[in-house]
Design a protein around this ligand. Sequence first.
Ligand code: CAA
Length: 258
Amino acid sequence: MSFVKYEAQDLIGVITIDREKALNALNSQVLDDLEGVIDAVDYDAIRCLIITGSGKKSFVAGADIAEMAGDNKAEGEEFAKKGNLLFRKIETLPIPVIAAVNGFALGGGCELSMSCDIRLASENALFGQPETGLGITPGFGGTQRLMRRIPVGKAKEMIYACANIKAEEALKWGLVNAVYPADELMPAALKLAGKIAKNAPIAVRNSKAAMNEGIEVTMDEAIGVECKHFGDCFETADQHEGMAAFLEKRKHEPFQNK
Ligand code: CAA
């Protein structure tokens, strides 16, 4: 039995963390199942992924506290590496990933959402890093990504004080792009994924790589990163078709991912 479901809808893949009884908390098996699903996606055919959680209450309520409670120092570090490597893999996938945050996004759940390119939230979503209240630091990227997603001072407040924020506040800080009534969240995520899927896949992929790589380096280096990804597009059939269609004042043919 897998704790992670996958469904492809045309060009869009929907990944659902499916451990509702434990509010989709991430134990080792959930992490393994998620990695298995991520590895099995056909990245030539699928152009956008959506990650969400089962049920109406929770996206992911964190790493599994029961599983890690007895860990020693080495095991704790190992668990952090396991989650971090997987979330970094998600962050650097060759296609965009949208987190459809349908409830609690605490600890590892907030961290999973932050490894996605875009976060959309339901009105009942709650974001936070409550780890210091458990005697640990965030361990799946929270100490690093939260301050890269929202202002450093707000990230520190959230982590030091376990100050969780509701969807509307997450919107105010730019942690999420939009907030929807619960039953409108997945339609909105699918609509956005559909818009992404229509565009030239190599151009989208190169844009993602340019932004991800560029944000980590100096502006001078970042410009170099952009120039390379920009130049690479000119070797693609989709660039030829996209620009020819514009110049010929016609609609472009569906992009080929070539
Ligand atoms: N780990 C393990 N089990 C969890 C869990 C978690 N993170 N979150 C919820 N569950 C389980 C509960 O133990 C409970 O199980 P039982 O029915 O067997 O008792 C079930 O899910 C339902 O949870 P609650 O009864 O607590 O539901 P609630 O609506 O009263 O409260 C909640 C919801 C506020 C999210 C509460 O469950 C909670 O505080 N969960 C923990 C949140 C948290 O601290 N997350 C951070 C974990 S540490 C981490 O993630 C470290 C890291 O960076 C890697």
